[in-house]
Design a protein around this ligand. Sequence first.
Ligand code: FAD
Length: 192
Amino acid sequence: MAEVLPLQNDDQQAKQAPAETSATSSQPTAAATTKKSLPKGIVLGPDGKPCRSCNSFRDFFSATSGGAAPPTAPTEAASNCPPDVEQLGRAGWTLLHTIAASYPSEANPAQQEDMKNFMSIFARIYPCWSCAEDFRTWMSKPENDVRNVVQGRKTFGKWLCDAHNDVNVKLGKKPFDCFKWEERWRTGGKGC
Ligand SMILES: Cc1cc2nc3c(=O)[nH]c(=O)nc-3n(C[C@H](O)[C@H](O)[C@H](O)COP(=O)(O)OP(=O)(O)OC[C@H]3O[C@@H](n4cnc5c(N)ncnc54)[C@H](O)[C@@H]3O)c2cc1C
């Protein structure tokens, strides 16, 4: 499993993307030269530079500005910047769960095929490469095989909830109650 480690963890080196991991880049790595000058724990991209979508805004800023603190509160400062790992993640999960919410209760063979392909492509091109790597590892386990859940909304939605919980737990967050998945993403609770 790929680990995205906080910068303050002094025991960890910067994490380098494998050269061929990113589907969007064929640049050779420059890790050997860049790694030494970077804070430990930062996730690097395939070009050997800090990966913006793999790190928090604060970590990315501090890694690319010689250790200076972000000028304002990270969320404020980042609102007009390319997304960091958290913004991208919230948007990514919103898209995935909302796709699940609009998936038919009984999908036909063509819809099932589309969903299998979509998830497999998503897991390859998700811009946080270290997140994508872990997601592919999770998907490759026999019990998480997406082919077994695309028959309809309930099974697919639950599968996504489990996938999201795997990341929640990895990041030290509380798992979400998957019985509430549909209320959160499809029907809406009181006040929605
Ligand atoms: C495929 C993928 C892999 C990721 N991997 C990593 C990683 O390896 N490292 C990393 O730092 N970040 C990763 N992220 C981002 C991370 O999961 C969060 O999105 C980010 O940390 C922001 O978290 P958040 O607490 O704001 O809420 P999020 O986790 O983004 O959740 C958004 C909302 O979804 C709801 N929710 C929470 N859990 C579930 C669930 N299980 N099922 C349904 N709804 C739920 C809640 O209402 C929550 O407010 C990944 C994102 C994606 C899409």
